[in-house]
Write a protein that binds this ligand. Structure first.
Ligand SMILES: [Zn+2]
Length: 271
């Protein structure tokens, strides 16, 4: 019995010794385990938002600028194709036959019948504030504009100048027929009773015109050719007021826009 016990002990020792030796010779085999890899759901779903890692690149990614939101300007709910917002200038020309329905105002002048009340209110407002008013010109038919323009061109060409050259010069002084807002019937040149000439530098500080420039929008009018927009409009005329309606006039006034700029806001940008 003793001998048998001893053999078992020896066998156990040999097994322990062998297992120690074998663990030193060969590294322990990795345990058979499935590695856990977490895959972003973006890759699985093929989302466009997934950006693969730029493996090996040692440059840090470009910082993405936070987009600055453009302040949304809420435009007045008006149509630029309405009669009161019609743009007339060197590009947008009225035909020879264009003639609005007009009504008489002060000084034997005529104005578009749809806006004549607004003009009278505007003039009344000025008078109530102690100013005198004088309409130098309101509606002017195509034929009158042509007469004035041709007269100016002839005067420049006289006595034997080139008429075509003279017309080019005249265009800087007098609106070419079809390009005048006065033909539209919605513009009035207004000064006070003390003035006789329409020279911008002479009348720009006239108290009536200062008041009118400040209050015209309340009656639906704009100062059509202000000094700071001369590069766009081509004219500086502190006496020339144009009816556009209260909503549009107030918006243009508050945002310092001339009519050309205002109308541009309504144009759909080309793709
Ligand atoms: Zn005018």
């Amino acid at each position: 019995m003793r001998k048998h016990k001893w053999r078992i002990t020896l066998l156990v020792l040999v097994v322990i010794l062998l297992s120690i030796v074998s663990s030193r010779v060969s590294p322990a085999l990795p345990t058979a385990q499935t590695p856990t890899i977490s895959i972003p759901s973006d890759i699985i779903n093929g989302s466009e938002g997934y950006v693969p890692d730029d493996v090996g690149a040692d440059i840090s990614p470009e910082p993405v600028a936070t987009p600055v939101p453009t302040p949304e300007i809420e435009l007045p709910d008006v149509s630029i194709h309405e009669w009161n917002l019609r743009l007339v200038n060197n590009i947008n020309v009225l035909s020879k036959s264009f003639a609005p329905d007009v009504s008489e105002v002060d000084n034997g002048q005529y104005f578009d019948s749809r806006a004549v009340d607004a003009l009278n209110s505007f003039l009344d407002g000025a008078r109530q504030n102690g100013f005198s008013t004088y309409i130098s010109t309101a509606y002017r038919p195509y034929s009158t504009q042509a007469f004035i323009f041709n007269g100016k061109a002839s005067q420049i060409a006289w006595p034997d100048g080139d008429l075509a050259e003279a017309e080019m010069q005249a265009r800087k002084l007098v609106a070419y027929p079809g390009t005048s807002e006065h033909q539209l019937g919605l513009a009035a040149d207004i000064i006070d009773n003390s003035s006789t000439t329409l020279v911008a530098e002479d009348v720009e500080e006239m108290p009536l015109l200062v008041w009118m420039a400040e209050h015209c929008h309340e009656y639906g009018f704009i100062l059509r050719y202000p000094k700071d927009k001369e590069e766009i409009t081509g004219w500086y005329e502190p006496w020339h007021f144009r009816y556009v309606g209260v909503e549009a006039a107030t918006f243009m006034m508050e945002n310092n826009l001339c009519l050309e700029e205002f109308i541009d806001l309504y144009k759909i940008p080309e793709a």
